[in-house]
Design a protein around this ligand. Structure first.
Ligand code: NAP
Length: 247
């Protein structure tokens, strides 16, 4: 409890899935959380639960495909909470289109959500964190950012880019700001359900040491490690949270 007391955290993609669970974990630890997504009803529901549980939260709607909308997330957070201590770039877009059917427009759109938004927001919050002498940035990659998967060119390419973005930001934003990434494996969320849920990843999961799909809270607790001084000598790292899958 209270490991994030009085810290202000922005979590993109927190109206659903692992971002939402991370918001709950951070709020339980005393953080003031800015919830971000496109869906106002789901955003309000997350805020309501945090407040009902005794925490503090607000939401800002943003479309990560739009640079101005992304920049506004930081402005709205400063206006509401006065500072920013933690940025978790978690919003992501899946794309399952075979390469020969993939349009440049789709690749560009996935890139805007998975890569460009994290760059824009990190650049926007970095001066605030540098001025404070301390800050945390966490990115969400994927195990699809470590190996190619059939039909996932846009997703794989952009998640590989998240790895490079994480390392480059860590190199340039230190010593004040630590930057790390979480690379989830199969986690039971709306995104996984959209591709068929358990059936879609059954073989991969069965061949893994832990033999199960993960849950959002297991990403939230990994994010908590990066968000606290428990990881005070860790930066530029890519942490797989995947039950041990070997692909
Ligand atoms: N689930 C998995 O197995 C898995 C594995 C590896 C990596 N990941 C990554 O984990 C992250 C979270 O995904 P999830 O599984 O938790 O999926 P999810 O439950 O579908 O949540 C996705 C979140 O991203 C937000 N989002 C998507 N596109 C957006 C856009 N254009 N503008 C603003 N917000 C947008 C959604 O908000 P709104 O709907 O409110 O817009 C939602 O809050 C993603 O980066 C994903 O690539 C997931």
């Amino acid at each position: 409890m209270d490991r994030l007391k009085d810290k202000v955290a922005i979590i993109t993609g927190s109206t659903s899935g692992m971002g939402r669970e991370t918001a709950y974990v951070f709020a339980e630890e005393g953080a003031k959380v800015m919830i971000v997504g496109r869906n106002a009803e789901r955003a309000q529901a997350v805020v309501d639960k945090i407040v009902a549980d005794g925490g503090e939260a607000a939401y800002v709607l943003a479309d990560m495909r739009d640079a101005t909308s992304v920049e506004n997330i930081a402005d709205a957070t400063l206006e509401k909470f006065g500072t920013i201590d933690i940025l978790y770039n978690n919003a992501g877009q899946l794309s399952i289109t075979p390469t020969l059917d993939l349009s440049l427009e789709e690749l560009e759109q996935v890139t805007r959500v998975n890569v460009n938004a994290a760059f824009i927001l990190s650049k926007k919050v970095a001066p605030v964190m540098k001025a404070k002498g301390k800050g945390i940035i966490i990115n969400t990659g994927s195990v699809a950012g470590t190996a190619a998967r059939h039909g996932l060119l846009a997703y794989c390419t952009t998640k590989h880019a998240v790895n490079g973005l994480t390392r480059a930001l860590a190199r340039e934003l230190g010593p004040e700001i630590r930057v790390n990434a979480i690379l989830p494996g199969a986690i039971m969320t709306a995104m996984l359900e959209s591709i068929g849920g358990e059936a879609a990843v059954g073989a991969m999961v069965e061949s893994s040491p832990l033999k199960r799909i993960g849950n959002g809270r297991e990403i939230g607790t990994a994010a908590l490690f990066f968000a606290t001084d428990d990881s005070s000598f860790v930066t530029g790292q890519l942490l797989r949270v995947d039950g041990g899958v070997d692909c």
